[in-house]
Design a protein around this ligand. Structure first.
Ligand code: NAD
Length: 495
């Protein structure tokens, strides 16, 4: 297996801050020339993006798999490629309508005038991409930004050097530097990138790095959308049937070997359910992956450092008294060589263990005893607001309580992950799991300035009436002015 050293791979990029600034200047100048690209231009860009992905499907799957050591080809096809096509199809279907001006009512006192909202492209949108779904997390913000009429600069992750280089080549061959610029490289390039005076910056990555990105963006007061992670809980309510819920949780935890921002991180359930849950999860994992080593359908952990981090979470939990169950019967050395970690259920956990403190981002599932719904809601609310929350119950009142009394970026009930795939649901976090949202219409608005415009009428009878009505707000104030203020208060419901 190819072992990637991200720093070494990143060192190949010779991009300097001045190169990035020059690329930004090119896009800003182009935007000045074409500040409001017609739908035909936006549509053509979206179609070109779709077509270049279509033409390179196999290259994309192979490059991402090489970067991971092994990445299930079907997972790339489904989660990176199909998801990108879906986003493009949605923009193509609705983008022209989303562009349209929206007429708004005017207040009575401004009778005769009119008001509207004009969605306007922002200019140049910066996008910083993580490694875990490297096509989708580059393409999805690009699609929203392009649909909204912007040009885009993208910084790829140093952990996916093969795919990053391929994506750069694909974009360079498809778009002019005025439309799309792709930067590869390491943290030094990322730091310089996050300090550029974009018109908007969308960062997808960890909460800790987001703090640096937000600080760098603040230098130029660049508005940011921060798409982050966190510990996404699974609440298993007392009424949930274990056999019914296992497939959904197993899929969420093992797709991409748990390296998904919205993967279930830990589970909360009554103690009496834990043994049955643990048995059933292990059984399900072994049905899905009869072997983990050598199995092309099971994704490897991205890098040695992440593999070591996950092993140290397990060691720490074991040293502090947790029980660890690993699915399958694979040779440990072989697994380590392939950087594969089978589903691992960790029970008897408590909050002193690192596994209950840090985002796991791997196929380890700690299960914590939590007896009542009050306890479960209390636990979630006492911890950092997560990106996702999963609730398993058949009871409508339980659903409502959890939905209304807990905070999370998004929720799936009786399933995991699928709220992310719904084109009419915005995607984003809350608090430390993110700021702002995008995808679908929300993405179009995130990458637009929704400009409020008031048009005064310039003549005719309506203007004359309006002029009389509004005379009171022009000094010198008199009785007529007081009458006008009284009238305005009455209109606002003040007696
Ligand atoms: P990361 O924060 O380490 O890196 C993300 C990007 O930031 C990379 O391109 C990297 O080069 C860049 N970067 C690193 N240091 C930087 C700095 N000092 N200044 C500016 N940029 C810098 O994240 P990762 O390991 O690539 O991805 C995993 C994290 O991303 C997890 O926390 C996961 O939950 C989160 N994530 C969130 C979403 C979402 O949509 N909310 C999606 C995928 C991943």
């Amino acid at each position: 297996m190819v072992r990637i050293n991200p720093e070494k791979a990143a060192a190949k990029s010779k991009l300097k801050t001045s190169d990035l600034q020059a690329a930004l200047a090119v896009q800003k100048a182009a935007f000045k020339r074409t500040p409001y690209p017609a739908w035909s231009i936006r549509k053509a860009r979206l179609e070109k993006l779709r077509d270049v992905i279509r033409a390179h499907e196999d290259d994309i799957k192979n490059a991402i798999s090489e970067d991971f050591g092994n990445r299930s080809l079907l997972e790339t096809d489904f989660a990176d490629i199909v998801s990108s096509y879906n986003e493009i199809a949605d923009q193509l279907k609705h983008g022209e309508k989303w562009m349209s001006r929206r007429k708004k009512k005017v207040e009575l006192a401004q009778m005769g005038a009119s008001a509207e909202i004009i969605p306007q492209p922002l200019g140049v949108v910066g996008v910083i991409v993580p490694w875990n779904y490297p096509l989708f997390l580059a393409a999805s913000p690009m699609i929203g930004a392009m649909g909204a009429g912007n040009s885009v600069m993208v910084k790829m992750s140093e952990y996916t050097p093969k795919f990053s280089a391929l994506f750069k080549k694909m974009m360079d061959e498809t778009f002019s530097p005025e439309e799309v610029f792709v930067a590869t490289g390491g943290v030094d390039v990322a730091q310089a990138f996050s300090g550029l005076a974009f018109d908007h910056l969308l960062f997808t990555g960890s909460t800790s790095v987001a703090k640096h990105v937000a600080k760098a963006a603040a230098e130029n007061l660049v508005p940011c959308t921060l798409e982050l992670g966190g510990k996404s809980p699974v609440i298993v309510a007392g009424d949930a049937n274990i056999d019914d819920i296992i497939p959904q949780i197993a899929l969420g935890k093992m797709m991409n070997a748990g390296q998904t921002c919205i993967a279930p991180d830990y589970a909360l359930m009554p103690q009496a359910k834990i043994n049955a849950f643990s048995d059933a999860m292990i059984k399900r994992a072994e049905e899905m992956y009869p072997t983990f080593a050598g199995n092309e359908q099971y994704t490897s952990v991205i890098a040695d450092a992440h593999y070591a981090r996950l092993q140290s979470l397990l060691e720490d939990a074991e040293n502090k008294g947790a029980t660890i169950r690993v699915a399958g019967n694979d040779d440990k050395q072989q697994l380590a060589k392939e950087r594969r970690i089978p589903l691992t259920v960790v029970t008897g956990v408590n909050e002193d263990m690192k596994i209950m403190q840090e985002e796991i981002f791997g196929p380890l599932l700690p299960v914590m005893a939590s007896e009542t719904l009050d306890d479960q809601i209390g636990y979630v609310q006492d911890h950092a607001r997560p990106l996702a929350l999963y609730l398993f119950t058949k009871d409508a009142a339980t659903k409502d309580r959890v939905l209304l009394e807990t905070h999370a970026g998004g929720v799936s009930t009786n399933d995991t992950m699928w709220h992310i795939s719904q084109s009419e649901l915005p995607f984003g976090g809350v608090g430390p799991s993110g700021m702002g949202a995008y995808q679908g219409e929300k993405g179009f608005e995130t990458f637009s300035h929704m400009k409020s415009v008031f048009h005064q009428s310039t003549g005719g009878i309506r203007h004359a009436i309006k002029g009389k009505l509004m005379a009171g707000i022009h000094a010198p104030y008199d009785e007529g002015s007081e009458k006008m203020v009284k009238m305005a208060k009455k209109q606002a419901g003040i007696k």
